[in-house]
Ligand binder design. Structure first.
Ligand SMILES: NCc1[nH]cc(CCC(=O)O)c1CC(=O)O
Length: 319
């Protein structure tokens, strides 16, 4: 394919090492697909990159890692933005759409221990770092004796704090660790039936202006069908459940079978903010209607106890 846009296409990104890695990966694929097309990368700092000392759950601001990039896109400063899909709110600003959901990397959470000790072998009261309520609640269910400590910052900062603060371990997403070339530091891949990953975990996504047909043509070939179908179901679940407030949600879709009979199986979970209650379920349906499956699972979880959890979260956030 030859050049299709008569000017450089500007790709926006955060400036963290992981974001830059992901953007370079996207750039590499685009250059392969469109060797004649000029591309430029523009790095922009987001609020989430500037506030480093507060747990994300406390800031409670959706779009912490995306807002500045979205403004730049709406103002025409950049043509697309590369994000970790996990950090993207389920509702996008007016005028922006997801142009592609790229092939998912390993979606699991992982455990890194400086001594190589697995979670089940840790001594009572061991200190494990994660700020994610989703991870905390599921870890508590498994090992209620652990001391879970908050940790923030980009991946490099967290790895440094692991040593400096003499922690027994750290939970992270496999995808980021693998992308930064630290797979050999991983002590344990946590099975998804022990810790259900975050919605969209491990997938890179490209956001763009709605109706920008030129950019849509450039971006579309990066869409990965299986990742896209499963993550659309996960995001529909999340969109229905959160309804304007942040709750710990885990979800993972998978495809089964082939052709017209392909099924999409979606697992999901909602946890209370204190991690004491977890409400879990599964729903499946035809893979062609991922949003309906997400919606149905949300309704089922609400019946199974998620409604109580959400009401408590709303009460707490009012205080
Ligand atoms: N919330 C931060 C964040 N956003 C995306 C990743 C890793 C890559 C991914 O999961 O797609 C991470 C780090 C982590 O949770 O360990």
């Amino acid at each position: 394919m030859s050049a299709i846009i008569n000017r450089p296409v500007i790709i926006g990104t955060r400036d963290s090492a992981l974001a830059l890695w992901q953007t370079n990966w996207v750039l590499g694929r685009l250059k392969e697909l469109f060797p004649e097309q000029a591309f430029e990368v523009k790095a922009i700092k987001t609020k989430g990159d500037k506030i480093l000392d507060v747990a994300l759950a406390k800031i409670g601001d959706k779009g912490l890692f995306t807002k500045e990039l979205e403004m730049a896109m709406l103002e025409g400063e950049i043509d697309m933005a590369v994000h970790s899909l996990k950090d993207m709110p389920t509702t996008l600003p007016e005028g922006l759409v997801i142009g592609a959901i790229c092939e998912r990397e390993d979606c699991r959470d992982i455990f890194i221990s400086p001594t190589g000790t697995k979670i089940e072998e840790l001594p009572q009261g061991a200190k494990v770092a994660t700020s994610s309520l989703r991870r905390k609640s599921q870890l508590w269910k498994w090992r209620s004796d652990l001391e879970l400590v908050d940790i923030r910052g980009n991946l490099q900062t967290r790895m440094r704090k692991l040593e400096e603060q003499k922690l027994d371990g750290l939970i992270l997403a496999a995808a980021g660790v693998i992308r930064l070339g630290w797979a050999d530091k991983i002590t344990q891949y946590i099975p998804t039936d022990v810790i259900l990953p975050a919605v969209g975990q491990g997938s890179i996504t490209i956001e763009m202006r709605e109706g920008d047909e030129e950019i849509a043509q450039v971006v579309k070939p990066l869409n990965h069908e299986e990742s896209s179908l499963t993550i659309r179901a996960e995001r529909a679940l999340m969109r229905t459940l959160e309804g304007g407030c942040q709750v710990p949600i885990g979800a993972l879709g998978s495809l089964q079978g082939q052709g017209d009979n392909r099924r999409l199986v979606l697992n999901g979970l909602v946890a209370s903010l204190d991690g004491q209650k977890i409400c879990q379920g599964q729903e499946e349906g035809n893979a062609d209607e991922p949003e309906q499956i997400g919606l149905r699972l949300a309704e089922r979880l609400l019946q199974l106890g998620a409604r109580e959890i959400l009401n408590e979260v709303r009460q707490e956030s009012k205080q």
